[in-house]
Design a protein around this ligand. Structure first.
Ligand code: OGA
Ligand code: ZN
Ligand code: ZN
Length: 420
């Protein structure tokens, strides 16, 4: 191995940009190292060539990400270096390269070693960053119109998800991508949902229970527990930590007309509004609304309020979360009096477009309809409820944190990438 080691002592007084041309043939010791002096205080990089590409890594980042036992706890997989002693102006002393690693000695004589695949996986090139963001970080969302619902709503088998990691991965991947999937052949049992959720992580408990029953109830605590039409909405917009995913297990479906679900992809609708109705779009992204739920459930009082716009954007302008519910919108309007009417117009337009873009779908006993509660609007058509023809669903929530976490674990196991 030693004959393959490249060692170059570099002046500690100069700021260095080290270019390691690693694309030579190690076996024949034909390597070049080009040292380029860089006077800029900010631009301290190590530049390597790996798999035919040039990769640059900032010195400060490399030092911060040293993987040695003093800097990084091996079993906790966590950084433990002492930030109070960290020098952002850290400089290189030596850089040593072999087929698989880069070894650096710093100006304080600390030494760090990095796998080349490990570095490549953390590459700063825009293409590599995008690839990582769109695969392991979060799958890219594909937007859809209701007309395409049959194509995009994939069907998954309950037992396969419970017993096979591939099936579990595919279900969660489709859910993250399209925001809606159907699980079929679910056992007729009150605990069937738990079997699926345990494969993912944890249930999200709310004031409606660990799980909740959706059926026609007189003197209900929530208008969802009626047999009448349920306008399209998201569940629990009055939670700051709003449940990410809604799972509705159909135990009994009405045999007569009605009881279908309506589903609309609000990312599609938002995109459409941004292009065709920019003023209304802006109002819905900027105006806070007070979402509310006040009452008693299972003997527990609750008084939930949360202020947030209908369309919540992140700082890149991407839709992060949708809030919408006619029954759970409070009557306090936290904005100025002038914005009220234009906001109502924009809000009405948003609803009208979602209705236009919605798909209609009727679940059967044994189906679990799983959908992204902060991306889709869902509703239900009125149905008949009488003895001999009832409808009963069992619902549960799971958070996106748990789903993305499980998805990443599965990707790491089923599709391992070197350097992960
Ligand atoms: C709900 C709901 C849908 C249905 O309970 O919030 O949206 O199909 N139910 O009854
Ligand atoms: Zn270290
Ligand atoms: Zn609902």
């Amino acid at each position: 191995m030693l004959q393959n080691i490249l060692l170059r002592r570099l002046s500690a007084t100069n700021r260095l940009k080290v270019h390691l041309d690693l694309f030579g043939d190690f076996k024949h010791n034909k390597f070049h190292i080009n040292s380029v002096f860089n006077k800029s205080n900010k631009d301290d990089f190590v530049e390597i060539k790996f798999q035919g590409k040039s990769l640059r890594f900032p010195n400060v980042w490399l030092r911060d990400n040293c993987q040695c036992e003093q800097c990084f706890h091996q079993s906790a997989k966590s950084r433990i270096l002492d930030l109070s002693k960290f020098n952002v102006d850290v400089q290189l002393k030596t850089v040593v390269q072999d087929e698989t690693t880069v070894q650096i000695t710093w100006d304080d004589n600390h030494s760090s070693k990095y796998g080349l695949h490990w570095l490549k996986f953390r590459s700063f090139t825009p293409e590599d960053q995008l690839k990582y963001t769109n695969t392991l970080y979060q799958p890219v969302k594909k937007l859809w119109h209701g007309e395409d619902f049959q194509k995009i709503c994939s069907k998954h088998d309950y037992n396969k998800i419970v017993n096979c990691d591939d099936a579990l991965h595919n279900w969660l991947q489709d859910l993250a991508t399209y925001g809606v999937v159907l699980i079929q052949n679910t056992p007729h049992s009150n605990i069937a949902l738990d079997g699926i959720i345990e494969r993912v992580g944890f249930i999200k408990r709310t004031h409606y229970g660990v799980k909740f029953v959706v059926e026609n109830v007189a003197n209900t605590s929530n208008v969802a527990y009626l047999s009448s039409n349920l306008q399209m909405h998201v569940d629990l917009p009055y939670y700051e930590y709003c449940p990410g995913v809604n799972m509705l297990h159909c135990l009994v479906q009405t045999v007569s007309e009605g009881g279908e679900n309506l589903l609309a992809d609000c990312h599609y609708t938002s995109c459409y509004m941004k292009e065709h109705h920019p003023e209304e779009y802006k109002l819905l992204t900027e105006t806070d609304v007070e979402w509310s739920d006040v009452g008693v459930e299972h003997g527990n009082e609750f008084f939930k309020l949360y202020r947030s716009p209908v369309i919540c954007l992140d700082r890149h302008g991407a839709v992060k979360r949708i809030n919408f519910s006619v029954p759970q919108r409070g009557s306090h309007f936290p904005g100025s009096i002038e914005t009220v009417k234009p906001w109502y117009e924009a809000h009405g337009l948003f609803y009208e477009l979602n209705q236009k873009f919605a798909a209609k779908f009727k679940t059967k006993a044994g189906d679990i309809l799983v959908f992204d509660n902060i991306r889709l609007l869902h509703g239900r058509n009125a149905y008949e409820d009488k003895s001999g023809n009832v409808r009963k669903l069992l619902g549960a929530y799971v958070d996106w944190d748990e789903i993305y976490s499980r998805l990443r674990c599965l990707k790491a196991k089923l599709y391992p990438v070197e350097g992960i």
